[in-house]
Ligand binder design. Sequence first.
Ligand SMILES: [Zn+2]
Length: 353
Amino acid sequence: MLCFHHPDTALHKPPQFLVRGQPKPVPEKPERVEAVMSALRARGDRLEQAPDAGPAARAAVHTPEYLAFLETAHARWVALPDSASAVIPNVHRGPDMTSYPTHVVGQAGFHMSDTACPIAEGTWAATKAASDCAVAATRAVVADGERAAYALCRPPGHHAGPDLAGGFCYLNHAAIAAEEAVRLLASQGKPPRVAVFDVDVHHGNGTQAVFRERDDVFFVSVHGDPNAFYPFMAGHAHERGTGRGEGYTLNLPLPLGTDEDTFLATVDTALAAIGRFAPTVVVLSLGFDTFKDDPLAAFGVTTPGFGHLGRRIAATGLPTVLIQEGGYAVDHLAANLTSFLDGFEDTLRSTTP
Ligand SMILES: [Zn+2]
């Protein structure tokens, strides 16, 4: 497997976030990068450091104000008297608050949807490098003809909207990959149809927001029921897209405690829908927090189960960009990724003439 990584993805080290009103250590930690790298090295994967993709791919998804905020917020925050070492908002945007603030505290409230996306000293460098990995993997698949490529994106991205951070996410790498794929496919004269399939245990509300009104990008997500699970206010089955995008969003929420067989059967349902959409390329939001022992556990997927997931994704026969999302059982992350990639490539070998 061709895999893109960048050392800067380990620079994001926020000390804590707020959960149920209490400061807690952030489970989305730099050790995740080393766990993934150890798995890729042990498998003998082709490792390439992602080059700087430039600002255009990020600007295709995110607003100029939000990108400027992400890049400058930490330095402006720590320059305030009596501020913590990471940006955590203490005001929030309401529906009647439409004037864009100039103060960093106001901008934090405008651009951060919750208290689980602290911005520390290395956050911008890390999320920018992660988006470079996503763009490099997309270009390898869509421009260079790789059957699949993996992007080691950390911090993850699928909760980030066009102008909003949330849930450990800042830039939306899957959305950036999908937009880049659409652009490249159009330039090649191929159908610019992309499916984004999100198998993280949390709903990819940011990705859904980016493509809500689009009929060229089909967003499909299998995730924990948001009635009792983050992100609570998105990911319900009745959300199907709006306007031109109506019918191009498919949410398949499952109850907390869902076992592996039910999860994989629902993945099959999602893949059948993707097959009917007939995309040219698939972008996979690949989270491993469906794992039975994940600290944020809601599902019962085992390490061998990720191999079954990989086989199913590969069996679509479609060019696929693999974007790393969540997965917080750091001691099991290497084994779970290895199981997925082994299953994926087993199926590729058996189906490639
Ligand atoms: Zn997640």
